[in-house]
Design a protein around this ligand. Structure first.
Ligand code: ZN
Length: 313
């Protein structure tokens, strides 16, 4: 199995300010750890490029894209929401972060790799069509799903989001669209407030959203039950042509922003289940993209588990 990997030191230049949990140290400590692992050198290293506007515009309103650029370049403190702090470089970094999953997808489609992981920031799954939210500027996974469909004619895309927060932006992007199945496990009730079990899609998209809300304090046993009883059967029924993972690691027991108690190994377990699903339905094709994960000790270990499993190590 050949696994692609993208990291770029440019991702550090999105400066969220002192004390912000979504800080550039997240990537630095993760790189410091995974570079020491024996299998790191076997990853298929790729370089990112800024995403083209036409792909960004499949998911975000042009007026919002321009507004984001203006806000960053005019050195405003935040965009739309006090928690989306920005710096003059943030717009350009966000374009690079949104471009990276497309580069991995290109390599998969060309047959050079089977799957891949993007270690980028800012994250994306809270970003709405016209609004920044929850540390997110552009919805990296939503843009990738549209790119796969429009550029490569891929029909059915699964997005599995195991970040501890519900991916409101991703759900809203696809909730009327039966061709993209959005599945989320997340703490509930919690930020951002969406993600009730009763939210199952709208109109033609009814049934193509599956929320598995988890009360604070649960751990891997409850997640395993959700996977076996709900998530894996749902995936088998949908038969995805491509799998995207919104890989947040803030459902870890040590994470300061969540109250779910997954251990590090469980991120390997979930990855294995997705590898099996991808093998069964879509020739192993998975692009995984970093979302949250804020404990600077746990995050590198969780990423190593996930990326190690993706690359069969
Ligand atoms: Zn999160």
């Amino acid at each position: 199995m050949n696994t692609g990997f993208i990291y770029d030191s440019a991702f550090l230049k999105h400066d969220t300010g002192i004390g912000h949990p979504e800080c550039h140290d997240r990537l630095l400590v993760t790189m410091n750890h995974i570079q020491t692992l024996p299998w790191y050198k076997n990853l298929h290293q790729l370089n990112t490029l800024p995403i083209e506007q036409k792909w960004l515009a499949t998911t975000h309103a042009s007026s919002y894209i321009h507004r984001a650029e203006e806000a960053c370049k005019s050195n405003q403190a935040f965009l739309d929401s006090m928690d989306v702090t920005i710096s003059p470089n943030s717009y350009d970094v966000a374009l690079l972060a949104a471009g990276a999953p497309l580069i991995i997808a290109d390599e998969i489609i060309q047959g050079n790799i089977t799957n891949g992981f993007v270690l980028a920031r800012p994250p994306g799954h809270h970003a709405e069509r016209k609004q920044a939210m929850g540390f997110c500027l552009f919805n990296n996974v939503a843009v990738l799903a549209r790119y796969l469909q429009k550029h490569y004619g891929i029909e059915k895309v699964l997005i599995l989001d195991w970040d501890v927060h519900h991916g409101n932006g991703t759900q809203h992007t696809f909730e009327e669209d039966p061709s993209v199945l959005y599945i989320s496990t997340h703490e509930y009730p919690y930020y951002p407030g969406t993600g009730a079990y009763s939210e199952t899609g709208i109109g033609k998209g009814e049934g193509a959203t599956l929320n598995c809300p988890m009360p604070a304090g649960v751990g891997s046993k409850d997640y395993e039950i959700a996977f076996k009883d709900k998530i894996l059967p749902k995936i088998d029924g949908f038969k995805p042509d491509f799998i995207i993972i919104s890989a947040g690691f803030d459902a870890h027991e040590d994470d300061p922003l969540g109250h779910i108690l997954l251990n590090t190994d469980f991120f390997g377990w979930m990855t294995q289940r997705m590898l099996e699903a991808a093998e069964k339905h879509c020739q192993g094709r998975i692009v995984s993209v970093l979302e949250g994960g804020y404990d600077l000790t746990a995050l590198p270990l969780c990423v190593a588990k996930h990326l190690g499993a993706l690359s069969n190590n």
